[in-house]
Write a new protein. Structure first.
Length: 209
């Protein structure tokens, strides 16, 4: 009797979400990860569908898939994780507080607008969103040195204590041509599914818009 083929579902990992948004350089892997995170339904895996999503020939799609799995940017799950259907505002209210050991987080855009916050009063949240926009601008002015010449991956900045621990960190997020910054007080908790949910919420609202 033939064994029933079990369904598996494509799931972007926290590492994959970070890689997809760490910069906006054209990249097949980055584009595919962003597309997966923008989906409002779970995506069942098949190589044919994966190739279609990646806009690649089946053989090249297989190479890309194996690379994403090997780097743990993508996982195959036995059960689907249902994407959040709430509004961006409701999603942020639930997610942001989980991203910090102190529950203090601000999400802002490159214009200094505060999209959401947790743990800070409104005035401080608005001020930190404005600070984050300045950091985005600062990094853009010096990215040739930092990301090209020195080959430093990432756009993250931090306010450090004397032994190098982050007291306040700023992570710049690239969603297509849109730039955002998440400001985290204390120890960041980015290696969890809530970070993927944050990026998914932003891609659903802003990708290609």
């Amino acid at each position: 009797m033939r064994e029933e083929i079990k369904k598996r579902y494509l799931q972007v990992t926290p590492s994959g979400a970070y890689y997809a948004t760490v910069n906006s350089q054209p990249d097949d892997a980055r584009a595919l990860l962003l597309q997966l995170m923008s989906s409002d339904i779970p995506i069942e895996f098949s190589l044919e569908l994966f190739a279609e999503l990646a806009d690649l020939e089946k053989e090249l799609a297989g190479v890309l898939f194996n690379r994403l799995i090997a780097r743990r940017f993508l996982a195959l799950m036995p059960e689907p994780i249902i994407p959040r259907q709430d509004s961006l505002e409701a999603t942020l209210a639930e997610i942001l507080l989980t991203l910090s050991s102190t529950g203090k987080v601000v999400l802002g855009d490159d214009q200094g607008f505060c999209l959401g916050s947790s743990g800070f009063d409104r005035d401080h949240a608005d001020a930190l969103a404005a600070l984050a926009a300045d950091i985005i601008s600062l990094h853009q002015r010096h990215q040739l040195l930092l990301n090209k010449e020195l080959e430093l991956m990432g756009d993250s900045w931090g306010l450090l204590d004397p032994v190098g621990n982050s007291m306040l960190g700023i992570w710049i997020i690239h969603i297509g041509s849109q730039l955002f910054a998440v400001v985290i007080h204390g120890q960041p908790n980015l290696n969890q599914h809530q970070y993927v949910e944050l990026i998914s919420a932003l891609t659903s609202r802003y990708l290609d818009k």
